[in-house]
Design a protein around this ligand. Structure first.
Ligand code: AMP
Ligand code: TRP
Length: 327
């Protein structure tokens, strides 16, 4: 069976782009592949975090993933720091990746330009990500386009390690969502909806109340020609609404456009469809949030399952490297 692994950082609030572009795909994949999903709290440490906030957002993100539909009976859902093999293999990966390779990562350049404090971990972050992936003999890594270079690095270090020390790691491949799965900012439809968007009005959060969702969609930027048609280049705002409407109702954007001649009804129906799609997720989230102990129990089960796989891979890597085992 194909092994799938992906990770998400417990920073910022989950928004509609995360749900449509990534999380619903994770939910589908869990039924067709042997899947592991990881809340990567160690990656969050590359930027200084408030301890109380980090602990809370880790739990909240796990609850969000469960609410969206990840089923701990079907997939393995866990928190990165609860499986210490990640940190240990990350060191080995740091010693397998070259300084030059890490220096070429565009995300490091972007983030270090903006950060006040640039940690060593921000630079070696892709080595930890490679460890995450390689620990589980992963075949496929579903990620956003911005992670393409990091998965490429994981492939390169896996191949280098295998050729230096003998067959140890499965060489993984990234998979990317289809173009329609890209949700754009409602206020600036040429850039993607993101946690860090300057305009809160352009981002629909998973836990936004129906009234807030309606307001944000009603105020979404469109254009002057008042024709409903899917054409990303000429009509980015309208096309974004159509791809959202299509995605939440299981249709293509072109199919979603049929029957609309005005923006008003398109916006009203899109808002109603988003509210309806998110309602059961929000309800499930509220249940989970009322019982944090149960989420922590489920994460413990996930960490135990993950540890079993990770410890075997790490032991293999250490053996091939020539690290002396404890007697
Ligand atoms: P991020 O929020 O950037 O950490 O991304 C977490 C996951 O959600 C990644 O797989 C991203 O590709 C996906 N994602 C983030 N923003 C969007 C968006 N606007 N549209 C579609 N997918 C997104
Ligand atoms: N770096 C990824 C991001 O910021 C998250 C991540 C960490 C990840 N480890 C991973 C994604 C392993 C896929 C596989 O989005």
């Amino acid at each position: 069976m194909t092994r799938v692994f992906s990770g998400i950082q417990p920073t910022g609030n989950v928004h509609l782009g995360n749900v449509l572009g990534a999380l619903l795909r994770w939910v589908d994949d869990q039924h067709t592949a042997d899947s592991l999903y990881c809340v990567v709290d160690l990656h969050a440490l590359t930027i200084p975090q408030d301890p109380v906030e980090l602990r809370e957002s880790t739990l909240r993100l796990a609850q969000t993933l469960l609410a969206v539909g990840l089923d701990p009976e079907v997939c393995t859902l866990f928190v990165q720091s609860q499986v210490h093999e990640h940190a240990e293999l990350a060191w080995i990966m740091q010693c397998t990746a070259s300084y030059g390779e890490l220096s070429r990562m565009t995300q490091f350049k972007d983030k270090s330009d903006k950060a006040g404090f640039v940690s060593g971990g921000l630079f070696t972050y892709p080595a930890l990500m490679a460890a995450d992936i390689l620990l589980y003999d992963t075949d496929l890594v579903p990620v956003g386009d911005d992670q393409r270079q990091h998965v490429e690095l994981a492939r390169d270090v896996a191949e280098r390690f295998n050729s230096r020390y003998g067959d140890t790691f499965v060489v993984p491949k990234a998979t990317f969502p289809t173009a329609g799965a890209r949700v754009m900012d409602l206020q600036d439809p040429t850039s993607k909806m993101s946690k860090s968007a300057d305009s809160a009005a352009g981002t629909i959060l998973l836990l936004d109340e129906p009234k807030v969702i309606e307001k944000k969609i009603k105020r979404a930027v469109t254009d002057m020609d008042a024709e409903v048609r899917y054409d990303v280049a000429a009509k980015p705002g309208v096309s974004n609404l159509l791809s959202i409407l299509g995605a939440v109702t299981g249709r293509t954007p072109e199919e979603a456009a049929v029957g609309y001649t005005q923006y008003g009804p398109l916006k009203a129906d899109t808002a109603a469809a988003v509210v309806e799609r998110l309602a059961p997720i929000q309800a499930r989230y509220a249940e989970l949030a009322a019982d944090p102990g149960e989420t922590q129990r489920l994460l413990g089960v996930g960490a135990a399952k993950a540890t079993e796989l990770a410890s075997a891979t790490l032991a293999r890597a250490k053996d091939h490297l020539g690290l002396l085992p404890r007697a």
